[in-house]
Design a binder for this molecule. Structure first.
Ligand code: C2E
Ligand code: SIN
Ligand code: SIN
Ligand code: FE
Ligand code: FE
Length: 409
């Protein structure tokens, strides 16, 4: 547990750190983790306002997590109205902090009731609850953070200290500003994607979200196995998710006649389609940040294959010319092979094909899951890095959960 002094020191450095996280999902996870740490809460959830509803967006629970070690908590998102009937709804509606001793024994002065459905399902006992609004500097409530079961030094659930309330409200304000910024970055990226890939109305933003979430899930597992330091992992997740969302952004350069063709492409069309890799990379010429760099790498490398039969190979994306020393005998660029392909490219390659096979396209039907998994297995070592395929199967539960979270319709 943190001392008062440590808490204030932490608040100050956190304010700086969280404003640097650009990706919304990564940010929500980070905010919840830090808020829980601040007041030693066993569990918590974040609700983000969407239109006139509250969306249950992220949840953590140490006790439940301990019951299934190594697994990510499986949770579903749902929306609830902003009114005084629920605890989170009340806080969003009134903008007031709510510090409750026991969710099962609410004083009758309150208009809301506690929904025990999730406790009943999970066997968890929600006791103390600290629920507060995420308010921006303009005073807009953009969401609600709910901390559950403060623990004392012996791990027993106790009430949240009233002394912590000002601290947590200050934290909430910094969190709200960071979330608002991440929402803007995300909506900008989604608009970019809409202009590109979503020229084809049959493809939706769901593909992009799924590919990004699969990529991050596989990366996390892979990085943990490889002993990648925690700070590196955190930072990479953030940029990797956004870069993965933009993997096909170069399709904006491909003519509709090819992009939307409801049939197999012929050889000439397929050659043109291949340009979407370096066309995408070109959008990130100004390598202002690691985000631009990662996006460029992902766009350029997501169709390379482990056995050296992919595309576009060793080229300079800006003029599409072969790099000196990498010419085949006919002068064409030699495809990248094995570890010549950057890790981010190898990851997105797997996530992209998994999703493409699992989805309906203008040119193909969706495949049954069994066939998709079989295809990935037989492509281990040919199309895909065997280590990535192995990692994919090790986190298949998370992958399936992501598919459910981002359905096509
Ligand atoms: P995409 O639809 O997102 O597919 C991404 C990758 O998933 C493909 O890369 C390929 O590796 C894999 N994939 C997709 N469908 C199948 C399939 O039915 N069988 C197998 N074995 N693999 C599949 P690829 O082939 O380099 O294609 C890149 C992009 O080019 C595709 O993205 C799609 O937008 C377009 N494309 C590819 N083939 C066709 C086609 O026959 N017709 C049309 N209209 N577009 C195509
Ligand atoms: C974008 O390129 O869509 C914006 C992402 C950023 O640089 O933060
Ligand atoms: C994430 O969305 O942050 C990762 C995917 C998941 O495990 O749900
Ligand atoms: Fe692609
Ligand atoms: Fe794709």
């Amino acid at each position: 547990m943190l001392t008062e002094k440590q808490k204030f020191g932490k608040i100050i450095s956190l304010g700086i750190e969280i404003t640097q996280v650009k990706d919304l999902d990564v940010l929500l996870e980070r905010i919840l983790k830090e808020a829980r740490l601040l007041v030693n809460a066993d569990a918590g959830s974040i609700y983000v306002k969407e239109d006139d509803k509250l969306k249950f967006s992220y949840s953590q629970n140490d006790t439940l997590q301990l019951r299934q070690p190594g697994r990510k908590l499986i949770y579903s998102t749902f929306k609830m109205p902003i009114n005084n009937q629920s605890i989170a709804g009340y806080v969003a509606n009134t903008g007031d902090l709510l510090n409750l001793q026991d969710a099962y024994k609410l004083p009758s002065i309150h208009p809301f009731s506690f929904n025990r459905k999730y406790d009943d399902l999970s066997g968890y006992r929600t006791q103390s609850m600290l629920t507060f609004p995420l308010k921006t500097n303009r005073g807009d409530t953009i969401g609600v953070l709910q901390l559950i079961n403060a623990k004392n030094a012996r791990g027993k659930a106790v009430a949240f200290s009233k002394k912590d309330e000002p601290l947590i409200l200050h934290f909430a304000n910094m969190a709200a500003v960071a979330i608002e910024r991440a929402q803007m970055t995300r909506s900008m990226i989604l608009r970019t994607i809409k202009m590109a890939e979503l020229r084809d109305p049959k493809e939706t933003g769901a593909h992009v979200n799924r590919v990004a979430a699969y990529t991050v899930a596989i990366y996390e597992h892979w990085a943990a196995k490889r002993g990648v330091p925690h700070e590196v992992l955190e930072k990479n997740r953030d940029i990797l998710r956004m870069a993965a969302m933009l993997h096909d952004v170069g399709k904006v350069a491909i003519a509709d006649a090819i992009l939307k063709k409801p049939a197999r492409l012929d050889d000439a069309e397929r050659e043109i389609m291949k340009q979407h890799t370096y066309m995408g990379a070109r959008l990130f010429t100004e390598q202002y940040s690691e985000f631009d760099d990662a996006s460029s790498v992902v766009a350029l490398n997501h169709h390379e294959k482990w056995d050296g039969t992919g595309y576009p190979g060793h080229i300079n994306p800006f003029d599409a010319k072969v790099l000196p020393g990498y010419e085949n005998s006919d002068g064409s660029p030699r495809p990248k092979k094995g570890e010549e392909i950057p890790v981010f490219g190898r990851l997105v390659a797997l996530a992209d094909v998994y999703d493409a096979l699992s989805s309906k396209r203008a040119y193909k039907e969706r495949w049954e899951e069994g066939l998709v998994l079989e295809e990935l297995k037989v492509s281990s070592g040919t199309h895909f890095d065997p280590e990535m395929v192995e990692t994919f199967f090790a986190c298949i539960d998370t992958i399936r959960n992501i598919a459910e979270r981002y359905p096509d319709h």
